[in-house]
Design a binder for this molecule. Structure first.
Ligand SMILES: Nc1ncnc2c1ncn2[C@@H]1O[C@H](COP(=O)(O)OP(=O)(O)OP(=O)(O)O)[C@@H](O)[C@H]1O
Ligand SMILES: CC(C)(CO)[C@@H](O)C(=O)[O-]
Ligand code: BAL
Length: 281
């Protein structure tokens, strides 16, 4: 497995692989890898000749009062996990390598304004910008993203469509701990009490999945889920919403494919979870 830190050496390697007719898969990550990331890298390994993992805590997707400095990092452990799965390259640039000032930005506005975009107004602009850069540097045939960040996945799909990237976007299912908590690098922020309180998110997801039916009032589903979270004293709801699966705009009835998504603070840690529901007409 090779490790690159500069855009030029990465492009050179890619050029060589492309000349040899190899297909290329990319898994963009912010590092501190866990089984969620591993499942994406594994799927990428199965479907491509060359597996590239990017490991970059992207400063432009963090707001001024967010956890950019505190975000966990462990490159040694990340590279061992990538090597074990059989990745060919980890690209881990510095912020200075990726950005200069002033810098162009990519923004997919409407879809970025709901759900997480309300609390994190610049977040998806940063995500779209860094993912566009990674797409142009690595020029993958396929790129892999987790359903855990469902709004991000929908925005990337729209970006690829609108900006004519010739890349297949593969969405991968949410990987959970045995007790249901969605795996996340931010779970490391939780103390013992908060870790058990955090189970209210997956509990609310299960409640929503059990009661949702085609034609139902969105509010009925959301109220039942809200009640689960509100029963947990350490939890504070940022949002729980039902949106159109493609446009990320709120819906009042379950009359099309929807995403039911939430962000909840457990103490100071903001966690997300969601499920999708396809209508049967
Ligand atoms: N539990 C999971 N199951 C499936 N995919 C996941 C999971 N966690 C993260 N991913 C995916 O891995 C990719 C990289 O995510 P990222 O590095 O931000 O990790 P993370 O654990 O989501 O971190 P955090 O939640 O703290 O932002 C994204 O496409 C994300 O959706
Ligand atoms: C896609 C991504 C790697 C862009 O920084 C990040 O948002 C993430 O880890 O989900
Ligand atoms: N997985 C999304 C990265 C972030 O929260 O910034």
């Amino acid at each position: 497995m090779q490790v690159t830190t500069t855009i030029n050496e990465t492009k050179e390697l890619i050029k060589k692989w492309k000349k040899d007719g190899k297909s290329i898969g990319l898994v963009p990550t912010m590092g501190f890898l866990h089984e969620g990331h591993a499942s994406l890298i594994q799927k990428c390994r199965e479907e491509n000749d060359i597996v590239v993992v990017s490991d970059f805590v992207n400063p432009t997707q963090f707001g001024p009062n967010e956890d950019l400095e505190a975000y966990p990092r462990d490159f040694e452990r990340d590279s061992q996990l990538c090597e074990r799965i059989g990745a060919d390259l980890i690209f881990c640039p510095s912020p200075e390598e990726m950005y200069h000032d002033p810098h162009a930005f990519v923004s997919i506005d409407l879809l970025s304004e709901t759900l997480c975009g309300k609390t994190r107004p610049i977040h998806f602009k940063g995500v779209c910008t860094v993912v566009s850069k990674l797409f142009n540097i690595v020029t993958p045939d396929r790129a892999y993203f987790g359903q855990k960040d469902a709004q991000q996945l929908a925005i990337i799909r729209k970006m690829v469509l609108d900006l004519n990237f010739d890349i297949e976007i593969i969405g991968c299912p949410i990987i959970r701990e045995e007790d249901g908590l969605a795996k996340s690098s931010r779970n490391t922020y939780l103390n013992t009490q908060e870790r058990s309180a955090a189970l209210c998110l997956s509990r609310a997801v299960r409640t929503g999945q059990q009661i949702i039916q085609t034609g139902m009032d969105a509010e009925q589903v959301l109220a039942a889920m809200r009640a689960v979270i509100e029963a947990e004293p350490l939890a504070k709801i940022d949002y729980i919403s039902m949106v159109d699966a493609l446009t990320m705009q709120p819906v009042e009835r379950v009359d099309r494919n929807v995403l039911v998504a939430m962000a909840v603070y457990i103490g100071k840690t903001r966690l997300i979870d969601n499920f999708s529901y396809e209508v049967s007409l």
